[in-house]
Design a protein around this ligand. Sequence first.
Ligand SMILES: C[S@@+](CC[C@H](N)C(=O)[O-])C[C@H]1O[C@@H](n2cnc3c(N)ncnc32)[C@H](O)[C@@H]1O
Length: 295
Amino acid sequence: MSKQTLGLTPALADYVRATSLREPDILRQLRQETADLPMAAMQISPEQGQLMALLVQLIGARKTLEVGVFTGYSSLAVALVLPPEGQILACDVSEDYTAIARRYWAMAGVENKIQLYLAPATETLAHFIDTGHQNTVDFAFIDADKQGYDTYYEQALQLVRPGGLIAIDNVLWSGRVADTSVQDNRTQHIRDLNQKIHQDQRVDISLVPMADGLDSDDEEATLGIQIRGRELPADPHIGPQRRQVHGALYSLVEPEPVIAEVTPFGSNCWATTSTPCRSAEEAAAKYRPGHAPTW
Ligand SMILES: C[S@@+](CC[C@H](N)C(=O)[O-])C[C@H]1O[C@@H](n2cnc3c(N)ncnc32)[C@H](O)[C@@H]1O
């Protein structure tokens, strides 16, 4: 078993898409229409949309957040798998791009699941925090201006519930993060955030090097996933990167809640239990008095 992530040749990328992509027609149509726009490279790849839809289903998400809608591919991919009462809080600043998104949401019959907020996302997220959405979001996707990422990440941490997911796009920035000759602001913002998240004990993480191997521009399709408060089981037979992905997915599909809030680092910190706890009582018994769990 390989302990290193394989680079995708164009032939292998073709193969992956041919043998794994199940793209609904409406998403394919949206991708084709967006391809004619000058900023088409901003759209996520269909493989990434499929992964996000899978993650959303795995965690049984009902309420999701999106920062950066563009023409609506990622929001539509998520909306299609949300239950009928599901809800997406969607943030963008562009009337023009999101007019296309709205049209496709309506064509797909999911427009009632999506509330679009047209304003700088820091303001919209602050409004959500102030109006009772804290700890209520199951899944958040951050894919907007790179200078805002750190703020969006901090705001998303307040909005996403323990055990929920935050997915961040562009974390490898087409490889520029690892190229020391690149020193522009946006690249540095992404580097700084990556480093911060690596050390951030509030989250479990997996950096998924998923790139769109079919589009010739091969732009920016890399996803970082933060999982709040989940245990990653150790497996000595696989490399550390894969172990994180496997562990994260494993803990997501656990049928019962396996985490408790504990506060060893002060209030508002979330930590995994060292072994899964399946009830508040069990978790309470494991942790020091005064650090009682809540669910
Ligand atoms: C990379 S695109 C999003 C792609 C989209 N997720 C998809 O699947 O097609 C980034 C979007 O972020 C929006 N944006 C840029 N700055 C923003 C800000 N300060 N607040 C909210 N949205 C912003 C842009 O208008 C653009 O539509």
